[in-house]
Write a protein that binds this ligand. Structure first.
Ligand SMILES: Cc1cc2nc3c(=O)[nH]c(=O)nc-3n(C[C@H](O)[C@H](O)[C@H](O)COP(=O)(O)O)c2cc1C
Length: 457
C-alpha cells in the first residue's frame, strides 16, 4: 500500500524591512500602516493558510555609521500588530518573533496568554535569542549577554514561561456560584521559579488560554539551536528551502526528537520560501531575473560587498569590476555585528573566490551579488509551483513553507488565487479550516491532551 499523502502547511511572512520587497514597484505599499497588515492577513486567511508570521529586529540596521533607509520607515511592535490582526481575522494563526535575551518571562508569557485569549487560540511564539552586541546596546544595562549564554537563558526563559502558563489549571479554580468578591485559598496563578537566569515567585495574572500554551517556533541553526528546537519547539522556521539542503536539515532535526521522547510529527519543519509566478515557466524565469535585479540595485550591491571588504566602496562603479584592493580585516566591522558578518568568516578567501568567479563569467559587482545571492525558491507557472511544493513536502524536504512574497502587501494574492486551488485539487491542502486554533491547523497535541476548561473570571 502506498503511503498516504502528507497535508501541506502554508504560512505567510509579512514582508517589510528586508531586501526582498521590490519597493520601486508601483504596487508596493506601506509596511507600517495597518491596512497593509490587514490586507496581507485577509489574503492568507482567504487562502486557508495556517498562520501569518512576523519577524523581529530590535535595532535599526546601520552600516558605516548610516541607517538603512528601509529601517527608517519603521518597525512596529509585534504584539500590538498581532492583537490588531486578531480582530480582523477568525481562524488564521498569529505567530510573533519575540526575543528571549532582552525580555522577561512574566511580561512575555502575559502577552502571549492575552493574545491567545483575544484570538480564540491562535497565538504562536517564535523564540529567538539574537546574538549581536549591537542589538544589546538598546537594552542591557550591564553589557551584552555572551553568545554562549543565549540558549541557556532561552531554555530557562521558555521553561519559566511554561510554568506561568501552567500556573492556572482548571481543577484548582472553581467559579464562585454566588458571584461575590471574597478572599479564598485558591492556587490560581501561584508560581515559584528559582534558576540561574530567573528567580521569581508570585501569581501569574492571565488564565490559561484556549491553546493551554502558545505554539512554540524556533529559528536557530547552530548545534545548540537545533537541540533546543528538538527538545522544545512545535515548529522550526528554517532557511533550507532547497530540495537537497531541506532534506538534510529535516532528517537531522527529526532524528534528534527520539532522545527527548518526542514523536516525528511533534516538530514541523517550515522553511522560508519565495516565489515568482507567471502564465508559463519561461515567463516566470524571465520575471524572476527581473525581480532579482530590482531587489539588488547598484547601491545595494556595493553595500553588500562592503560586508566582505569592510571598507567604504562608494567610489566603485557597481557595473564595473570587483575591487582589486583586499578586505580590511584589521578594523572594527562596518556593519557593527550584524548577521551577514557571520556568513563570511574568512573575508580574504571570499574576496578571492568572488574575484575569480566574476572574472570567469565577466560579471560586474552587481551581477556577482545577484548571482551569488538567493534565487527565488519556487519559479514557474502556478501548475509548476504547486507540483514542486507538493514534491518537496512529500519527499520530506519540509512539512510546508512560510512564504515571503516580493511585494508588500499584495504579493500573496496571486499565490492565493492561482496556486492554492491547485494544491486543494490535489487533495494536499485544506479547503476549509477544520478547527479553530492554530494547534488544530498544525495537527499539534493540546498540552493537556484535551482543550482546557474555560475558567470563569
Ligand atoms: C528564516 C529565518 C528567520 C529568522 N528571523 C529572525 C528574526 O526575525 N529575528 C531574529 O532575531 N532572528 C531571526 N532569525 C535568526 C535565528 O533566530 C537564529 O539566531 C539564526 O538562525 C542563527 O542560529 P543560532 O541562533 O542557532 O546560532 C531567523 C532565522 C531564520 C533561519
Amino acid at each position: 500500500m502506498s503511503k498516504p499523502l502528507k497535508q501541506i502547511h502554508l504560512a505567510a511572512h509579512f514582508p517589510g524591512v528586508n531586501n526582498t520587497t521590490v519597493w520601486s514597484d508601483p504596487r508596493a505599499g506601506s509596511h507600517i500602516e495597518f491596512s497593509s497588515f490587514a490586507h496581507f492577513a485577509r489574503t492568507a486567511e482567504r487562502a486557508r493558510f495556517d498562520f501569518l508570521f512576523l519577524a523581529e529586529g530590535l535595532r535599526l540596521r546601520e552600516q558605516g555609521g548610516k541607517i538603512y533607509d528601509l529601517d527608517v520607515v519603521g518597525r512596529p511592535d509585534t504584539f500590538t500588530v498581532l492583537s490588531a490582526l486578531a480582530a480582523v481575522t477568525d481562524r488564521l494563526g498569529l505567530t510573533g518573533t519575540i526575543n528571549s535575551t532582552f525580555n522577561e518571562p512574566y511580561e512575555v508569557a502575559r502577552q502571549f496568554a492575552t493574545l491567545d485569549h483575544l484570538s480564540g487560540g491562535r497565538a504562536a511564539w517564535n523564540v529567538v535569542t539574537s546574538w549581536d552586541a549591537f542589538t544589546g546596546e538598546n537594552f542591557r544595562r550591564g553589557g551584552f549577554l555572551p553568545e554562549e549564554e543565549r540558549y541557556s537563558r532561552a531554555k530557562e526563559f521558555l521553561t519559566t514561561a511554561h510554568e506561568l502558563f501552567d500556573s492556572w489549571r482548571g481543577d484548582d479554580i472553581v467559579a464562585d456560584p454566588a458571584g461575590g468578591v471574597f478572599l479564598r485559598d485558591a492556587k490560581a496563578g501561584a508560581f515559584v521559579h528559582e534558576g540561574r537566569h530567573f528567580d521569581i515567585h508570585g501569581r501569574f495574572n492571565v488564565p490559561r488560554g484556549p491553546q493551554g500554551r502558545p505554539v512554540i517556533f524556533q529559528a536557530g541553526d547552530s548545534e545548540e539551536g537545533r537541540e533546543f528546537a528538538a527538545a522544545e519547539a512545535d515548529a522550526i522556521f528554517s532557511r533550507y528551502a532547497a530540495l537537497d539542503t531541506g532534506r538534510a536539515f529535516y532528517t537531522d532535526v527529526k532524528s534528534r526528537l527520539a532522545k527527548y521522547g518526542r514523536r516525528h510529527d511533534q516538530l514541523l519543519i517550515l522553511p522560508a520560501a519565495s516565489f515568482v509566478l507567471a502564465d508559463t515557466d519561461a515567463e516566470a524565469e524571465q520575471l524572476a531575473k527581473e525581480v532579482r535585479r530590482l531587489q539588488v540595485s547598484g547601491a545595494t550591491a556595493l553595500k553588500h560587498l562592503e560586508f566582505v571588504w569592510n571598507r567604504d566602496l562608494s567610489g566603485y562603479d557597481p557595473d564595473g569590476p570587483l575591487p582589486d584592493i583586499d578586505p580590511d580585516v584589521s578594523a572594527d566591522h562596518v556593519a557593527r555585528g550584524r548577521a551577514q558578518v557571520r556568513m563570511y568568516r574568512d573575508p580574504l578567501a571570499t574576496a578571492r573566490e568572488w574575484r575569480e568567479l566574476a572574472a570567469a563569467n565577466n560579471w560586474s559587482i552587481r551581477d556577482l551579488v545577484i548571482e551569488t545571492g538567493n534565487r527565488q525558491t519556487f519559479v514557474g507557472s502556478p501548475a509548476t509551483v504547486a507540483r514542486t511544493i507538493n514534491e518537496y513536502v512529500q519527499s520530506d524536504a519540509a512539512d510546508g513553507f512560510i512564504l515571503v512574497p516580493h511585494l508588500t502587501p499584495g504579493g500573496l494574492d496571486e499565490f492565493a488565487d492561482r496556486v492554492v486551488p491547485l494544491l486543494q485539487e490535489q487533495g494536499v491542502f485544506r479547503t476549509e479550516y477544520e478547527g479553530t486554533t492554530l494547534r488544530d491547523h498544525l495537527g499539534l497535541d493540546h498540552p493537556d491532551g484535551a482543550p482546557s476548561e474555560q475558567v470563569a473570571s
